[in-house]
Write a protein that binds this ligand. Structure first.
Ligand code: ADP
Length: 775
């Protein structure tokens, strides 16, 4: 306890105080400054108006009041200074410019001396002779005792207001009628309750006091007051030890201990201490939190507690003095206690991890250290936002620059592609004027860009296609595009170039069509290749036909031998008839007729052969497929007979009209029949069967050729229609691919499958043709 008073336990005391720092920061400080400025302004206005209205009031109407403050120790010590300041501020505030305050120190107890009191009384009497003192404020009990003793000699009727740390200090004094005052409270039990509430796990309470009688007085009081708590926690009373020993003790307290530091005036070695001095030495190394009983202990390393407030004591005493100055009698004012204040050190709360929210309501937390973030939060947020916005701006700029560069790069690339393309890339206005012309166009058509830009596009079209150019432009202006339009254009030299054109509209930023782009690819080579392929195909078809006819040699021989034999026999018969002197002319005429008929038959066979062998353009005539099939079957039959193959034709009776090339379709069927006969070759003669069927199938007509041969191995199916695929020693592997080509050219199809009873079946289908004229 930072005692500034001399309690009845007596004894010399040296008291030092650490001034209390009130930390006001940020908004609180600003508000305080504003309030102070406002207060000053109001006061000024008030005083000025009072002085104007009634100039004499301030000086003459109310007599000046004189207040004497007597204390027992150096008034510069912090606790005394705090009280003095509070007293002065309260008096000056209530009686501006009308109060005189005097100070006296009666510090006899510091250097006890018998003659001191008498000399002091003499001195004071001389000093205040003829002076009227309106009220005396006495700080501490030694001064009060002195004054009560010598009052009649010094200030006989002057009212006294005393101010003591505890009610106990005035307990044994006879105060008399002209005396009143205030006392504070050294809170022992309230602080113990507070400590246990904030540290519920506490097992040990350490109570500290020094070796002076005053220290021991409070230690004894604590032991008495805390007896009721001994069942809950253990108590250790540290007293009568040197300050070093105390420091060691406090530094080695077990966990779950708390300390109440109540008094430490003198240690066991006789060294004097103020509480702040003692605490500053022992508190920082303490292993347990320390609680305090006086306001001036705050800031020395203690957590805080229910403390006596010297400012509040001073203010309360001054308020009593003012009431007396206003005319109240001291005996009408009962001495009264001043409530303690709950005060804590923010830094120690953190050190001992005490949650601020756990503090009792109304607690004051001092020494709060605001983080930079708390102090300048909005400025930091503002600055960071600004920086973030700037950064975003920079990123955006960089991003758009990169994008622009990319776009420029892409444009350059595009331009390079256009310029180096082998295709002719050009643009033209909707009126047909050429507006751009790349190197590819220059190469393809032979005009340079300078030559042709501005000229009409139709210059590139052959005379017969000028209309097409106009039509294309019209379509583009309607928003249409044209892809792979195969047409012909003219070079500068007038050479026709086969081109594939892709024409698209060009739109301006507003989406309006302003022209057309045109990409022309030279397809002359492709066209030539196609023609060549066609030629080769025809060649192949022809060759395969020759081959097939070779295979049909026995059929041909048979067909020709028959009429030739008949002719020979008829000629021989005619010769016999002519040996007769009167030949039967009728008979002879009939023979000649037969010869003619046989000759015509042989001629027809040769014609058919010729027409099969002839290389001709593909024709698309209306044909009855049934007729065609029976012709081919007839052609093959002699061959089948000689190979002992039973060849059956199952044709529907109706006409099966198709449109196509007779010779090519014959060739397909011929090929299938020859393959079928090859396939059954290895079979015993009675099992060599080939059946040809015709039938309508919806919009199609189908012809199937089935055989009883070896069938097609499953792994060969995929390759069956590939050119040059053959399993035969003398095969060409061209029959089936040519047949497929022919069927495709006739919008038909051809496929193969194995029959369920063995052997293979080939199907080919053709679309039914509308009847016009069959050939
Ligand atoms: P090639 O008759 O000259 O071999 P193709 O293209 O006409 O050429 O026939 C290709 C192959 O298809 C034949 O070698 C044969 O292996 C197979 N093939 C064709 N027709 C039949 C069939 N009716 N039965 C079994 N295999 C067949």
């Amino acid at each position: 306890m930072a005692s500034v008073f001399m309690p009845q336990v007596g004894g010399p005391m040296l008291v030092h105080f650490k001034s209390t720092v009130v930390l006001m920061q940020g908004r609180a400080l600003a508000e305080f400054r504003m309030a102070a400025a406002l207060g000053r302004a109001l006061l000024f206005v008030l005083l000025a108006s009072v002085a104007l209205v009634c100039p004499s009031i301030a000086s003459a109407a109310e007599p000046q009041k004189r207040v004497l403050i007597i204390s027992s120790v150096d008034p510069n010590l912090p606790a005394i200074a705090l009280m003095n300041q509070a007293i002065r501020a309260t008096l000056k505030n209530a009686l501006p410019a009308r109060v005189a305050i005097y100070n006296e120190v009666q510090d006899e107890f510091q250097i006890p001396n018998d003659k001191y009191a008498a000399e002091m009384v003499r001195l004071l009497r001389r000093k205040y002779e003829g002076e009227r003192i309106d009220v005396i404020i006495v700080l501490s009990s030694p001064a009060l005792k002195f004054l009560l003793k010598y009052k009649d000699e010094l200030f006989s009727n002057t009212p006294i207001v005393f101010l003591t740390e505890d009610q106990a200090e005035v307990g044994g004094l006879s105060l008399g009628s002209n005396v009143t005052g205030v006392w504070g409270r050294t809170a022992l039990v309230p602080n113990l309750d507070l400590m246990l509430a904030l540290h519920p796990e506490t097992e040990r309470v350490v109570v500290v006091s020094g070796s002076s009688p005053y220290d021991k007085f409070w230690m004894t009081k604590a032991q008495n007051d805390f007896r009721a708590y001994e069942s809950k926690v253990r108590f250790t009373y540290l007293t009568d030890m040197t300050i070093q020993k105390l420091r060691q003790e406090l530094a080695s307290q077990p966990k779950k201990s708390v300390v109440l530091f109540i008094s430490f005036m003198v240690d066991s070695a006789g060294n004097n201490f103020s509480l702040p001095e003692a605490l500053s030495f022992v508190a920082p190394t303490s292993s347990a939190p320390i609680y305090a009983v006086a306001e001036t202990q705050l800031g020395t390393g203690v957590v805080g507690g229910s403390v006596m407030s010297y400012g509040a004591l001073g203010t309360s005493a001054a308020e009593l003095a003012l009431r007396i100055l206003a005319g109240e009698k001291p005996q009408e004012i009962a001495p009264q206690g001043v409530p303690n204040v709950l005060m804590f050190d923010w830094r120690e709360l953190r050190r001992w991890k005490i949650d601020e929210a756990q503090l009792p309501p109304g607690s004051i937390v001092r020494y709060r250290q605001f983080t930079v973030w708390r102090l300048y939060r909005w400025r930091i947020i503002g600055a960071m936002t600004l920086i973030a916005l700037q950064a975003l701006g920079i990123i955006w700029l960089l991003f758009t620059r990169a994008k622009r560069r990319q776009a420029e790069e892409a444009k350059k690339n595009l331009a390079a592609i256009v310029e180096t393309s082998d295709d002719a890339i050009l643009s033209k206005s909707l009126e047909g004027a050429i507006t751009s012309w790349n190197a590819g166009a220059e190469k393809m058509f032979g005009y340079s860009a300078t030559e042709i830009v501005g000229q009409d596009y139709s210059i590139l079209a052959p005379h017969d296609l000028k209309g097409e150019v106009r039509e294309n432009l019209e379509r583009v202006s309607r928003g249409e595009s044209m892809d792979h339009l195969e047409t012909v254009r003219l070079s500068k030299e007038g050479v026709r170039i086969d081109v594939s054109l892709t024409i698209s509209p060009i739109k301006n930023e507003r989406g309006r069509i302003v022209g057309a782009s045109s990409i022309a690819r030279d397809i002359t080579a492709r066209k030539n290749a196609e023609v060549e392929a066609l030629r080769q195909r025809a060649e192949m078809v022809h060759l395969s036909r020759v081959t097939m006819l070779g295979e049909l040699s026995s059929s041909l021989a048979h067909e020709l031998n028959q009429p030739l034999g008949a002719i020979l026999r008829n000629t021989e018969a005619a010769e016999l008839f002519l040996q007769d002197p009167s030949p039967d002319l009728e008979e002879l005429r009939a023979i000649v007729q037969d010869i003619r008929n046989d000759d015509q038959r042989a001629g027809a066979v040769i014609d058919r052969m010729r027409s099969l062998l002839k290389r001709r353009e593909v024709e698309h005539n209306l044909l009855d497929l049934n007729v065609l099939v029976s012709e081919v079957v007839g052609l093959v039959r002699p061959d089948a007979n000689s190979r002992k193959v039973q060849l059956a034709l199952e044709a529907v009776s109706s006409i099966l009209l198709v449109r196509g090339d007779r010779v090519q379709l014959q060739q397909v069927l011929l090929n299938l029949l020859l393959n079928a006969m090859d396939a059954v070759n290895e079979r015993p003669p009675d099992l060599r069967r080939v059946t040809v069927r015709t039938q309508p199938a919806g919009t199609l007509v189908e012809v199937t050729v089935s055989d009883t041969g070896h069938g097609i191995p499953p792994d060969k199916f995929a390759r069956l229609f590939e050119p040059f695929f053959t399993t035969k020693a003398n095969g060409m592997g061209m029959g089936l691919p040519i047949s497929r080509r022919i069927m495709e050219a006739h919008f038909g199809s051809i496929r193969a499958e194995n029959g369920s009873a063995g052997g293979a079946t080939f199907h080919f289908t053709l679309p039914v043709a509308k009847e016009e004229s069959a050939s």
